[in-house]
Design a protein around this ligand. Structure first.
Ligand code: F6P
Length: 323
């Protein structure tokens, strides 16, 4: 392989720049040329390709977002869109792709290989950490720390006013950010889509006479909680405990930005390098990840079809510590 492409797709995540940098530097180490494709699959269709030299990725490891930009391309979901993308890939002489993103990104790369035989290796980039085949995704650690910073600040005002705060954190369909930020933030309750009837459990907890008396409380709600949206759950809580002084904060997209943590930079660097090595070793349709501190490889198919479960021991821990 003499030339490869790299792109980011789906929601951005802190550490994506560090991953692009690792891909470019690793390819250069192996004397392989790299082209960056802007705006993910959409840029592939619209012919937004740029040459990337080692120096082009200098001074980006510390930046959030993705300098290649990202998109969720509807056009790539059509055969016509993919045909245009393939013509551009051919025109630029690209023989393999490193795609940084989530399940949608892997799905696109898998179909592209089936139709046109362009090999791809995926690197997991999403703050949600909801990808199978890796303990952590690029961006998750930063997002948890950003949420934690906000939770700590909210604690100050919650304490000052003796209030209960419901704080919504991101996680479209998953509670990984909520669980980790909830434990690290000393929250009294955590509501996750993975746990059923957790509102009732929260209610019983607050009604329990044996519960430690507290003047203020923090409850973390995952965005994807299936028992209701955060404001609805807060209203329900207010109806159940009319005496409480309750406020809601939705943290939102602040969790997607910011300087990546050291953990995210290292993970991104490791996985960017691993993706290039797999591609150069002739592999395709695999995503790189880290499981128990070691490099892990799973097929796109397995990653897409399998659901990553939350750590039951962490969930149990959150219950014990908040009692
Ligand atoms: O997948 C990452 C994520 O930030 C989710 O947590 C969230 O639900 C979603 O993306 C938001 O997407 P958008 O930025 O397109 O609104």
């Amino acid at each position: 392989m003499k030339k490869i492409g790299v792109f980011t797709s789906g929601g951005d995540a802190p550490g994506m720049n560090a991953c692009i940098r690792a891909v470019v530097r690793s390819a250069a180490f192996h004397e392989v040329e790299v082209m960056g494709i802007k705006r993910g699959y959409q840029g592939m269709i619209d012919d937004e390709f740029i040459n990337l030299q080692k120096s082009d990725v200098a001074n980006i490891i510390q930046n959030g977002g993705t300098f290649l930009k990202t998109a969720r391309s509807k056009e790539f979901m059509t055969p016509e869109g993919r045909q245009k993308a393939y013509q551009n890939i051919q025109k630029h002489g690209i023989e393999g792709l490193v795609c940084i993103g989530g399940n949608g990104t892997y799905t696109g790369a898998g179909i592209f290989y089936e139709e046109f035989g362009i090999p791809s290796i995926g690197a997991p980039g999403t703050i949600d950490n909801d990808l199978y085949g890796t303990d952590y995704t690029i961006g998750f650690d930063t997002a948890v720390n950003t949420a934690l910073d906000a939770i700590d600040k909210i604690r100050d005002t919650a304490d000052a006013h003796n209030r209960i705060f419901f704080i919504e954190v991101m996680g479209r369909d998953s509670g990984f950010i909520a669980l980790n930020a909830g434990i690290a933030g000393g929250s009294e309750g955590i509501l996750l889509p993975e746990v059923m009837n957790d509102y009732e459990a929260l209610k019983s907890h607050f009604a329990d006479d044996k519960r430690r008396t507290k003047e203020f409380s923090i409850v973390i709600v995952a965005e994807g909680e299936t028992e209701g949206k955060t404001y609805q759950l807060a209203e329900r809580f207010k109806a159940d405990f009319p005496e409480c002084d309750l406020r809601v904060t939705v943290l939102g997209h602040v969790q997607r930005g910011g300087r990546p943590t050291a953990n995210d930079r290292i993970l991104a660097s490791l996985l960017g390098n691993a993706a290039v090595e797999q591609l150069l070793a002739g592999k395709t349709n695999l995503c790189v990840g880290v499981i128990n501190h070691a490099l892990a490889l799973v097929s796109f198919q397995e990653a897409i079809n399998s659901k990553k479960t939350i750590d039951a021991s962490l969930w149990q821990l959150s219950k014990v510590l908040s009692y």
